[in-house]
Design a protein around this ligand. Structure first.
Ligand SMILES: *Cc1c(COP(=O)(O)O)cnc(C)c1O
Length: 454
């Protein structure tokens, strides 16, 4: 290894060789997905129209470790291991005895943790003979990560981008197009699902649920195409555990094992990614690290949702998953953390939360942006608005430590940079951001429309 690599911790030996599957270690198995027509457990056959065989095998796997193929590892090495950084500037500003560390996933080419699974999914699809991937994207991070990954493996990429973000984040669209993807705003007139929504509400801002319906429909109606998604499913959470496995080694190197881990949750993949390897240590009785998920008050899935069987999308085209949900037709307010506007939570995160293995809190966006500004001013990095939810809660934890007069190690997941979110920061700086409180009535109404399973 060169001196340069030694000095700047680009230590290939510290990139784990396997992903970690929490299913092997959970005290009770998660409830299986159901076929919505028969209400029987959905097997690999139910997933075959949308996912390739290698991905399905990972989706239903109970194997504890799954080896990372060399082709994927090679691409990971472009930006991994991602740095673990001590936020000394933020600690000083807060005058806290707590030690604050963050794992910085914004160093990937697409600027977020989403590249970790995008590269893996493009690889396995290529291996299984897929020629084209269709997907949805909210804020655009997932679409850009997958566009790059498809480009690297020679796959076509079709992206349905939630309309509110398509207009708020035009540069994300440029990035995707630069990497060769075809991008259209959702709801679109390209699919039955999109046309149905537009007929009801021509001004629809769109949602991840609607965009998923469009992408799934697109994939099953185009030859050689499969569907790809950037969060929620077991295989995505699996790929993201590279974050936590690395962080575990880095925290040990820094002699700073975390007392609490904080991460934002949209579909829950990055949180699972950083937290599950540490949850393994908790479950083995070795540690007692608190795992704290942060969501927006405008889309409070864990803190206000119900643990039920629900569809993953607006048009009810997916299997039924047992998960915390606000209802598949819940329409969240147009907050600027587009990546956190999903109506449900990953089944594995939902299960862990239901078992009391982790905690959750909801926070309003104006405070989130104030925390992001303090972070930018003390640590230099402009965070993605999604990641800034974790920063706000980390600050609260550090201030609680100060109040209690005790030291503690806090690790948070800085899931992405905010260079393409400056429109949102502009709105914040000019006082135009508003908060949306828990939309109790809308939640109650959409939960009342949930499919009746148990
Ligand atoms: C997509 C995204 C999220 C939320 O998705 P999860 O699956 O919950 O991780 C958070 N931060 C960033 C930067 C994102 O792009």
């Amino acid at each position: 290894m060169s001196e340069y690599k030694k000095k700047f911790v680009l230590d290939e030996e510290r990139i784990p060789k396997a992903w970690y599957n929490i299913v092997a270690d959970l005290p009770t198995p998660p409830s299986p997905p159901l076929n919505p027509a028969t209400l029987q457990p959905a097997g690999p056959d139910d997933l075959a129209p949308i996912f390739p065989p290698s991905i399905i095998a990972q989706e239903v796997s109970a194997e504890r470790y799954i080896e990372i193929p060399e082709e994927i590892h090679q691409i990971y090495r472009m930006w991994r291991p991602s740095p673990l950084i001590r936020a000394t500037g933020l600690e000083k500003a807060l005058d806290t005895p707590a030690k604050i560390f963050f794992k910085y996933e914004g160093v990937s080419p697409a600027g977020s943790h989403k590249s970790n699974t995008a590269v893996a999914q493009a690889y396995y699809n290529k291996l299984d003979g897929t020629t084209r991937l269709a997907t949805e994207t909210g804020a655009g991070q997932w679409g850009s990560a997958l566009s790059m990954a498809c480009q690297m493996f020679g796959l076509e990429c079709m992206v349905y981008m939630v309309k509110v973000s398509y207009h708020q984040k035009p540069y994300r669209r440029s990035m995707m197009q630069l990497w060769g993807a075809n991008v259209i705003p959702s709801p679109s007139d390209q699919t039955n699902a999109g046309r149905a929504v537009l007929a009801e509400d021509p001004e629809s801002l769109g949602s991840l649920g609607i965009a998923i319906s469009e992408a799934v429909e697109d994939a099953v109606t185009h030859p050689g195409s499969k569907y790809s998604l950037g969060s929620v499913t077991n295989h995505v959470l699996l790929h993201q555990t590279i974050i936590g496995e690395e962080a575990l080694l880095q925290c040990q190197d820094a002699d700073a094992y975390p007392d609490v881990i904080v991460g934002c949750v949209g579909g829950g993949s990055s949180f699972a990614g950083i937290a599950f390897p540490f949850l393994r240590e908790n479950l083995a009785g070795k540690t007692n690290t608190r795992l704290l998920a942060v969501e927006p008050t405008a889309c409070p899935t864990l803190t206000k949702g119900k643990f039920v069987y629900d569809f993953g999308d607006e048009a009810q085209s997916t299997p039924l998953f047992k998960m915390y949900s606000l209802g598949h037709d819940f329409m969240p307010a147009g907050i600027h953390a587009g990546g956190l506007r999903y109506h449900a939570m990953a089944p594995l995160i939902s299960h862990a939360y239901d078992l009391g293995l982790m905690e959750a809190v909801a926070v309003p966006q104006t405070k989130v942006f104030a925390a992001a500004q303090l972070f930018a001013q003390t640590e230099g990095i402009v965070p993605a608005p999604e990641s800034a939810h974790a920063i706000l809660t980390t600050i609260d934890e550090a201030l609680a430590a100060k109040e209690a007069g005790e030291s503690r190690n806090i690790l948070f997941n800085l899931t992405g940079h905010g260079f393409l979110d400056l429109g949102a920061y502009d709105a914040y700086l000019s006082g135009k951001l508003e908060d949306y409180d828990h939309p109790e009535e809308a939640i109650a109404a959409s939960i009342a429309r949930l499919p009746k399973v148990d």
